[in-house]
Design a protein. Structure first.
Length: 76
């Protein structure tokens, strides 16, 4: 499967994060690091961003279930 590189506007659109938040998370090790495309251009590997999104969803669902007492399997 070929890898696709996302530029910042696509990353922002997919994650809903702001530019400053993306870079803050990168610095903190909480978001995938960008790859250099040459010069001052960078991009993110699409599969890494998608995995991050999936982890955020899973973490959110686990926390929501703990707070509300809703069992995810029975709520479907």
């Amino acid at each position: 499967m070929p890898r696709k590189i996302l530029r910042l506007p696509n990353v922002l659109d997919r994650t809903g994060l702001s530019r400053s938040t993306v870079y803050q998370h990168v610095t903190e090790g909480r978001f995938p690091r960008p790859v250099s495309l040459g010069g001052r251009a960078v991009g993110w590997i699409e599969t890494e961003v998608e995995e991050w999104i999936a982890c955020q969803i899973e973490a959110s669902r686990e926390l929501c279930g703990q707070r509300t007492g809703v069992n995810r399997s029975s709520a479907r």
